[in-house]
Every structure is written in C-alpha cells, then in structure tokens.
Ligand binder design. Sequence first.
Ligand SMILES: Cc1cc2nc3c(=O)[nH]c(=O)nc-3n(C[C@H](O)[C@H](O)[C@H](O)COP(=O)(O)OP(=O)(O)OC[C@H]3O[C@@H](n4cnc5c(N)ncnc54)[C@H](O)[C@@H]3O)c2cc1C
Length: 240
Amino acid sequence: MQIYWLKINKIIEETTEVKTYLLDRPSDFTWEEGSHTHFALEGFNAGDKPNRSLIRHMSISTVPDEDAIGITTRIKEQCSEFKTILKNLEVGNKVAIFKTHTNVPLKREGKNIYLLSSGVGLATFRSLALDYFKRADNVNGIHSLNIDSSKDFLFTDIFETSPEKKFTSQFVDNRKDYYEEVKNLASDKDGLFYVVGSDEFIVQNIEVLLEQGIKAEQIILDKHEQQLTEFLSLDMSKVD
Ligand SMILES: Cc1cc2nc3c(=O)[nH]c(=O)nc-3n(C[C@H](O)[C@H](O)[C@H](O)COP(=O)(O)OP(=O)(O)OC[C@H]3O[C@@H](n4cnc5c(N)ncnc54)[C@H](O)[C@@H]3O)c2cc1C
C-alpha cells in the first residue's frame, strides 16, 4: 500500500465551518470522479497498529485537472480529536492519503442523474459535476439537490443551474422541502439516484425512493459492495 505524505498547499474557508484543504498533487497520482481516500494525520502509523483516531475517510472534492487534491470537511466548535488537530494545521504541514477508490463514478448510460446530498456530502459530487461539464457524453442531464440547515450552501459557483449544460442545482434548508423535491424527482422512473450523507440520511432517502417506485439498482451509494447490499435491502442491523 502506498502512503503519500503531502504538503497542505492552501486552506480555503468555504463557509464559517467548512474548509477545503488543497494538497500538493504528486505527479504519479490520479483519481476518478467521486473518489474517496483515507486521510491521515501525522503519527497515525507510528505504532504497531494504525491509530484510527488519526484517520478518516474523505472524498476528494477536486478533479485532476485542478492539479490539487481537495479535501472538504466541516469542523464544528465541538469536534473530534481528528478535527481538533486538523483545525490547527497550516499551509506547509503534511498529511497522508492512501487507498483511494471510487464507488460513485459518473454513470454514462444516457440517463438523467440525480445527486442527492446533505451538507458537506456535496463535496463528493463536486468532482462528478466538473467531470460532466468537461464531457457530457452519454449523460442526459444532472440535477443536484442539497439540504443544508445552516443555509451556508457550498460550491455555489459550480452548483449553479445552467439550461445549456442541462444542469440544475437546488439548495434547500429544511427536510419538508427536501423530501417533497425528492418525490418530484422520483417521477423520473428511469433516472439514476446518487445519495451521499449520514447513514440516517441515506436510509431515509432509500425509503422514499423505493416507495416512489425507484428500483434498488437505480440507487447509487458511496459504499463498498457488502454495505451496499445491506443498505439497499434496508437491513440496517448488519451495518456497522
Ligand atoms: C466514503 C466516505 C466519504 C466521506 N467523505 C467525507 C468528506 O468528504 N468530508 C467529510 O467531512 N466527511 C466525509 N466522510 C465522513 C468522515 O469520514 C467523518 O466520519 C466525518 O467527517 C466526521 O468526523 P469526525 O468523526 O472527526 O467527527 P466530527 O465531525 O468532529 O463530529 C461529528 C459530530 O459529533 C459532534 N462531536 C464530536 N466530538 C464532540 C465532543 N467532544 N463533544 C460534543 N460533540 C462532539 C460534532 O459536533 C459533530 O456534530 C466520509 C465518509 C465516508 C465513509
């Protein structure tokens, strides 16, 4: 397994609580849209076993064309040890990434794609949107729906409705509007529905989509195979 120790190149304050860490991109490192990685802090591999409290899964919010690896995360005042350390890192400090993989590539099947996300979950979809803007082949159109109760919506320069690009972006700040809109979107019985957010959010979205007649195989989650089966059968007793 290759571990890349990378310098923080820039820290972008997206909103009061959300930051994007742009890391130097090694010349031999590339990734697909929708990828996530293991993002680790100094000392994570100092002992016999990796120290899990210093490692988190994070999506890569940038695309290779931007020539930087972007990690976008929310850091609240009350936060974990991991985020407390992260919050204090500065440009020039090093972090590690390893085991990068995508479960949610842009499916080019000639269908409409619906990107359903909550809060910083939109970070996973940023690279899908940019990949689509670069090359729209075999994608009918994209509709993004993001719920963020903070009302500090993310990436509004990219997630901007454009009829020419067949791209629609909606932001809502409450669950009622959100699920009403999910039901509207689910009237497209042939669409592909990507869902990113907390496990509770994912389960609720799956329930609504299935109820509306969307089939499990039309729902795409950022989960590996085994978890996917458990989520889509809504057998949450097995999900850890
Ligand atoms: C495939 C995948 C991709 C992911 N991509 C991303 C991504 O791109 N960006 C991202 O941010 N996350 C992503 N995650 C989730 C990420 O791995 C973390 O689980 C998440 O960011 C929470 O981090 P944390 O555990 O450090 O907790 P925190 O974010 O610090 O805390 C979680 C919650 O607990 C509360 N809390 C924590 N500590 C305390 C305390 N001491 N006292 C009171 N309240 C407390 C916080 O206020 C917060 O509401 C991804 C996960 C997966 C599986």
